[in-house]
Design a protein around this ligand. Structure first.
Ligand SMILES: Cc1cc2nc3c(=O)[nH]c(=O)nc-3n(C[C@H](O)[C@H](O)[C@H](O)COP(=O)(O)O)c2cc1C
Length: 312
């Protein structure tokens, strides 16, 4: 997820467990072959054979509309060690859509198919090529056609964010709208959207008919969500990680990644806390202490003070 789930976050989340796969933030492709340093910046895991420290594969996600450029960039990502390539047809951002990237392509299913085919043909047949879509652009009448074309173009998997571009991020996600494509779907279809807890995961599976789940913001709101969903599959109900433990993770994350960006010290931590607030009532206290701070020492002091108070 652009701007929020970067390599340090993937390392942390995959280390907690429950994940079979991660996908990078999108890499914007125009009409040129990107230098290797761009891939390494957004996917440093390429230096460790495309896996996180705990061994979870990280697919490189590309976003663009120039199929030749996407194909050569996919080839480069794979040559650098990407274990899979994911294509983004879901981004609703105006700036992205205005340059014909992301969800706007869903208005033209043939061009989506041509992109998938060009990328599929360009990379080793053993390397999965996957697609991330929404239900559609304005509505979901073209979903069966889109999914069928993506399948015919050779995609190995498809993840469906169960909202249209028009829906943005407005709840609810329409999990049941995905059911109509389960029989035309590709090998594996992933349901995505509004999965915040174990119960949602079960309902999303049931309503959509998808066996597989892709987590988005839910992974930030509860870092152990994937592990708890997996445990629930064998009827094991794990308790939510205690706040003290999660708070220490947030502090570590601040130290290892967020404190290193001199212009935006603390921004990612605050953004993560905004998601964690959904699961932990302790968050507002910490957030209030950090809100106006941009200095490493002051922020670490705020963490200490918060922990002292919450342990009382
Ligand atoms: C801040 C933000 C950044 C995102 N960046 C990406 C991205 O780079 N690639 C992608 O495929 N989806 C991206 N998404 C969409 C999520 O992957 C997911 O499809 C969406 O948030 C719906 O799932 P959720 O309701 O579980 O969050 C992003 C979403 C958010 C909120």
């Amino acid at each position: 997820m652009e701007g929020v789930i970067d390599a340090p976050m993937r390392r942390l989340l995959s280390g907690i467990g429950g994940y079979d796969r991660c996908v990078t933030e999108f890499i914007r492709v125009t009409n040129v072959l990107l230098p290797e340093r761009v891939f390494l910046r957004l996917c440093p895991e390429l230096e460790t054979e495309g896996h996180t420290l705990s061994g979870v594969p990280v697919y490189t996600q590309l976003l663009g509309s120039d199929r030749h450029a996407l194909a050569i960039n996919a080839k480069r990502a794979v040559a650098m060690g990407a274990p899979g390539v994911d294509l983004n047809f879901g981004c609703p951002a105006k700036t992205v859509n205005n340059s014909m990237g992301g969800s706007i392509l869903l208005r033209d299913p043939d061009s989506v198919a041509l992109i998938v085919k060009s990328v599929r043909d360009a990379v080793d047949p053993h390397v999965p090529v996957t697609a991330k879509i929404r239900l559609g652009y304005d509505d979901h009448h073209a979903l069966p056609e889109i999914v069928g074309l993506i399948r015919d173009a050779g995609a190995d998997e498809i993840a469906i964010h169960a909202r249209t571009k028009f829906d943005g991020y407005k709840p609810p996600a329409k999990w049941s709208a995905v059911k109509q494509v389960m029989n035309v779907g590709v090998e594996a279809t992933y349901i995505n959207g509004e999965i915040w807890n174990v119960l949602d995961a079960g309902e999303a599976r049931q309503h959509s008919g998808c066996a597989h789940i892709m987590l988005g913001r839910g992974a930030l709101a509860a870092p152990d969500l994937a592990r708890r969903i997996l445990a629930a599959e064998s009827d094991e109900m794990l308790a939510l990680l205690p706040w003290e433990k999660v708070c220490e993770m947030v502090r570590q994350q601040f130290l290892t990644s967020d404190s290193q960006s001199p212009r935006h010290v603390g921004n990612r931590t605050k953004q993560w806390l905004a998601y964690l607030k959904r699961s932990y009532p302790e968050v507002p206290d910490l957030f209030t202490r950090l809100r106006t701070l941009h200095d490493v020492t002051a922020i670490l002091h705020a963490f200490d003070e918060h922990l002292k108070c919450s342990q009382r």
